[in-house]
Design a protein around this ligand. Structure first.
Ligand SMILES: [Zn+2]
Length: 393
């Protein structure tokens, strides 16, 4: 494919060629050639790495279904109990809701997705099989990683460890976890199962950690120590990590240093009104931090739309990222940073990088974030999958 007259994030205008899923060359306009049928002239529009959705719940979403009235809950445990009842009242099947949301995300410029999938003693592997089927249906247009997610805990929900084991054997890609202290009340028991499954199946890990304060920070250091002991550097993500926004300077520094040393990525959706990890300080310690959608129209929140430019804007406003370089950092948090967390490499817009690209109606990366720029075209593995805003399926 030859993409002509592309404005690159660095400000240069270049022609770009791709082949076999990679960027082959970048050159002055008019200097490169390709078969005539594969030419896309974007006339000075911004060409950027496609977005990577590193944390979403495709099986939970009510996307395309009627609004299920939200029921309040004072804490995570109550929210889980409410969801276990309400989820059976959603009319559309999981497969349809997930598929429609994925296509919407693709139209927003996202070509790679990591989705957590609920596993518990009630629904067992039903949602796992639903999302494995959807992934297979859409394999020609989008890449999806699935995480075995114990939404009701592991230790306190008997049989879940075996169900997670079966999910991994069936094709799920990562081992999930959830609040070893807050949900299971057994930090070692929970982490023994998570790291044990990862070792047995040779998988990476992505843990939800809402636990706050000194306990949550202690769990982060435990996870960092286990990551190093298991040789899983650069293959573990912790989502939320609210404790990093609560602890004192000394504890924060010690924890951040250990996270960086273990190559642990941190995901923040920057939700109000809870404390959130201070992104700039974490990056100062060398921690990879990315932004993601998390819940989209489900029992946890009726809001969310799967648009990662929206998410970058939310992060900027929550973290007071108003300077140009900070806004560019937020753009990295929905593209190159989640790519690193998801082991998608090499990712960017240089020769040899994977050719997953988005064409934006914007004069710069900063304006793309500020204006939530229109997505014109999306290219996945060197092939056009969205043209003029329409998914080609
Ligand atoms: Zn989540």
């Amino acid at each position: 494919m030859l993409i002509c007259n592309a404005l690159l994030p660095g400000g240069q205008v270049r022609d770009v060629t791709t082949d076999e899923g990679r960027i082959v060359a970048l050159g002055e306009p008019g200097s490169l050639s390709a078969p005539k049928t594969d030419v896309l002239d974007i006339e000075g529009a911004l060409l950027a790495p496609a977005f990577v959705e590193g944390h979403v719940h495709l099986d939970k979403t009510h996307f395309g279904a009627e609004l299920v009235p939200h029921e309040g809950a004072p804490d995570v445990q109550t929210r889980i109990a409410v969801e276990r009842t309400l989820r059976h009242k959603v009319s559309r099947p999981v497969e349809q809701r997930a598929r429609d949301l994925i296509l919407r995300m693709l139209s927003f410029g996202t070509t790679r997705i990591r989705s957590h999938v609920d596993i518990d003693s009630d629904i067992k592997l039903a949602n796992v099989h639903a999302l494995l089927a959807v992934r297979e249906q859409l394999r020609d247009i989008v890449d999806i990683q699935l995480v075995a997610f114990p939404q009701s805990g592991i230790v306190r929900d008997p049989g879940v460890a075996d169900l997670m084991d079966a999910a991994l054997a069936a094709g799920v890609d990562l081992v999930g976890g959830l609040d070893p202290h807050g949900i299971d009340g057994d930090i070692d028991g929970h982490l023994d199962v998570v790291f044990g499954l990862a070792a047995r199946h040779g998988k990476s890990i992505d843990i939800h950690l809402h636990d706050g304060g000194a306990i949550g920070a202690g769990e982060l250091r435990d996870i960092a120590a286990r990551t190093k002991a298991h040789g899983l550097n650069d293959r573990v993500t912790v989502s939320h990590a609210f404790s990093l926004g609560m602890v004192d300077e000394l504890t924060f520094g010690q924890t951040a240093a250990q996270l960086a040393e273990a190559g642990i990525s941190i995901m923040t959706s920057s939700p109000p009104p809870v404390p959130v990890p201070p992104v700039a300080r974490l990056r100062g310690y060398g921690v990879n931090v990315f932004a993601a959608s998390d819940n989209i129209r489900d029992c946890w929140s009726p809001f969310g739309n799967g648009d990662l430019l929206d998410r970058a804007s939310i992060v900027c406003q929550r973290q007071e990222f108003f300077a140009n370089e900070d806004i560019r950092g937020a753009f990295e948090m929905i593209s190159t940073a989640p790519a690193r967390a998801l082991s998608i490499s090499p990712y960017g817009i240089a020769q040899g990088d994977l050719s997953d690209l988005v064409v934006l109606d914007a004069p710069s990366v900063e304006e793309a974030v500020i204006n939530r720029a229109r997505r014109l075209h999306v290219i996945r593995r060197g092939r056009l999958v969205v043209k003029d805003g329409e998914v080609l399926i």
